[in-house]
Write a protein that binds this ligand. Sequence first.
Ligand code: K2U
Ligand code: ZN
Length: 186
Amino acid sequence: MSVLDIYVLGAPILRQETRPVEVVTDEIRRLIDDMFATMYAAKGIGLAAPQVGRSERLTVIDVGDDRQLVLINPEIVLAEGKQRAEEGCLSIPDIYGEVERAARVVVRALDRDGKPFELEGTELLARCIQHEVDHLHGRLFIDYLSVVKRRAALAKWEKLRKGEKSHTRKVVPAEVAEHHHRDEEL
Ligand code: K2U
Ligand code: ZN
């Protein structure tokens, strides 16, 4: 398993449609394992393939209920109610904004063995499923902000980027980051 680089806002792949996975191969399962490793290292609770530079329609989720969810070719078949909450995105670090989403969703997808299943989500799981499925269709949470809030977020993003040209960021796994911190203290 390897921790992959994360593509950030400005990378064209984040705005492209993904391709449905026709056959769930061992290579796809290796990508899934690398996406989980990358998501945990980046302290995320979801990660979509375009965020690691891949155009397959698949996402991984772990909201902390000890379930590793793999959603291949996910389709939200029911969305009801409303909820508002602050969101961030591993591809737009340090930018946050309030987003209204459906309170409850039912999603149909294939699992890591290619088997179809249906999953109901509410609260944080519903929000994460919607955030990740958006990634698979080139949508980002900033698209839901008001013009004023989006403009402020993009201005802050440009300032934080300080002319940085790269479209990817390296994920420093939590324990390694801690280690660096300890070294500095010594
Ligand atoms: O797809 C991603 O970029 C990972 C997102 C997923 C997400 C965003 C907002 C709300 C729910 C899920 C996040 O960066 S994961 C970070 C995080 C951690 C705990 C709670 C909310 C977000
Ligand atoms: Zn995101």
